[in-house]
Design a protein around this ligand. Structure first.
Ligand code: MG
Length: 167
């Protein structure tokens, strides 16, 4: 990897899924009861999808759709934590570790705050880092746009990765 300076690299990710018939969402690997589910080939976990894209972006390895194509039947209804663990393995293969990740969930409903500790614990476990390396926040869009109208849910993620071993 051509980053001979500090060896630090950043990445960003963004994901949206439309609400659809259903009774729960999966966010950060946590099943959350809701008035809707999401339309998705996998479990539609926007938190993990945005985070995977941010990690892949830091490695300049493309996006989640390239590595886990929705056209591939093996990912139907897949637990997105599988994707995250796989991307974590790619990080290690490239001699990198996650320094920190900051994720923002964007929706009007459901309330995200009560689920943040469990989500952070899941993501930290899947990436083999301390919980303190993972931030999850939530915001609404004040009733505006696709999330404001309750048409779907979105997430943004930023990551910093660094060398996996001390120089
Ligand atoms: Mg997605």
């Amino acid at each position: 990897m051509t980053d001979k300076g500090t060896g630090m690299r950043i990445g960003q990710g963004f994901d949206v899924h439309a609400f659809a018939a259903g009774d729960h969402l999966v966010l950060g690997g946590v099943r959350i009861a809701h008035t809707h589910g999401v339309a998705a080939h996998s479990d539609g976990d926007v938190v993990i999808h945005a985070l995977c894209d941010a990690l892949l972006g830091a490695l300049a390895l493309g996006d989640i759709g390239r590595h886990f194509p929705p056209s591939d039947p093996q990912w139907k209804d897949a637990d997105s934590r599988l994707f995250l663990r796989e991307v974590g393995a790619m990080l290690a293969d490239h001699g990198k570790r996650l320094v920190n990740a900051d994720v923002t969930v964007i929706c009007e409903h459901p309330k995200i705050g009560p689920h943040v500790p469990a989500m952070r614990a899941n993501l930290a476990a899947d990436l083999d880092v301390e919980v303190g390396c993972i931030s999850i926040k939530a915001t609404t869009t004040e009733g505006l746009g696709l999330t404001g109208r309750g048409e779907g849910i979105a997430a943004l993620a930023v990551t910093l990765v660094g060398p996996s071993t001390e120089a």
